[in-house]
Design a protein around this ligand. Structure first.
Ligand SMILES: NC(=O)c1ccc[n+]([C@@H]2O[C@H](COP(=O)([O-])OP(=O)(O)OC[C@H]3O[C@@H](n4cnc5c(N)ncnc54)[C@H](OP(=O)(O)O)[C@@H]3O)[C@@H](O)[C@H]2O)c1
Length: 249
């Protein structure tokens, strides 16, 4: 029997990058997986990869900035699989790269709505289901940008600091409910995101800032996420797990 047999895992932003790797990692442990994101083709590819590996998954198209869509996501999860054991609130955007004084109010709203409000809305609707079942585990995705300042990514950095504060607060609120809530802080990971933000040349420069000498792989984050959800991490809550090749050391 696999470790997560009969368990149900939800991954926001499961259409690509770290989210896709996490969806596959939960499935490899035996969980049924719900993929939530906006792009249909890419999300269905994630579902197909899971099914090809012999596991079960569904896609629920969701914009995590919209409360009604997040509420619908949890309702569809429970209607399909009866429960929700693990959630990886991973969906996020980098937004425009540049000095803070050049950023627009629209950019602020878009980044904060996605990276911070989206994580809050996700937990707001996930936790009542976990309370009903008597427990669960949540992992949010922040960044090393949640721990240290950064030049030209100030709104992203503020949003990710917020994700860590939100995680710690909800971890305390639900510590006695058998719901553990943790957060991962990845360094630069080789996904569409650094490519979009910095281009090919910038990606090489970012890689060189990591003492290990390269960007991380999505699977090097998803392994930490799955571990934080597992019973091996049963005494860990409110913890920011830094997975950054030594960047913040
Ligand atoms: N790559 C890095 O270097 C790095 C480092 C630290 C932290 N992170 C964090 O890791 C997370 C995943 O990023 P990634 O690197 O895997 O990049 P990615 O491939 O661009 O993934 C971002 C995911 O977020 C989803 N998403 C964005 N806005 C959404 C919305 N409003 N509603 C639902 N889903 C939304 C996207 O799906 P759709 O477009 O299909 O909606 C996509 O699946 C982000 O939170 C990011 O901040 C990344």
């Amino acid at each position: 029997m696999a470790e997560f047999d009969h368990k149900v895992a939800l991954v926001t932003g499961g259409s690509s990058g770290i989210g896709r790797a996490a969806a596959l990692a939960f499935a490899q442990k035996g969980a049924k997986v719900v993929v939530a994101s906006r792009r249909v083709k890419e999300s269905e590819e994630t579902v197909a990869l899971i099914q090809a590996a012999g596991s079960e998954a569904i896609f629920v198209q969701t914009d995590i900035t919209q409360a009604a869509e997040v509420e619908n996501l949890i309702a569809k999860t429970v209607a399909t699989y009866d429960r929700l054991d693990y959630a990886f609130n991973n969906a996020g955007i980098e937004g425009a790269v540049g000095p803070s004084i050049e950023q627009t109010e629209e950019a602020w709203d878009h980044i904060i709505d996605t990276n911070l409000k989206g994580v809050w809305l996700s937990m707001k609707y996930q936790i009542p289901q976990m309370l009903k079942q008597g427990g669960g585990a949540i992992v949010n995705n922040a960044s090393i940008g949640g721990l240290i300042g950064s030049v030209n990514l100030s709104i992203y950095t503020a949003s990710k600091h917020g994700v860590i504060g939100l995680t710690k607060s909800l971890a305390l609120e639900h510590a006695k409910n058998n719901i553990r809530i943790n957060v991962v802080c990845p360094g630069g990971i080789d996904t569409e995101m650094p490519e979009r933000a910095f281009g090919e040349e910038g990606k090489l420069q970012l890689a060189a800032l990591h003492p290990i000498g390269r960007l991380g792989k999505p699977e090097e984050i998803s392994s930490g996420v799955v571990w934080l959800c597992s019973d091996a991490a049963s005494f860990i809550t409110g913890h920011p797990l830094v997975i950054d090749g030594g960047f913040t050391v």
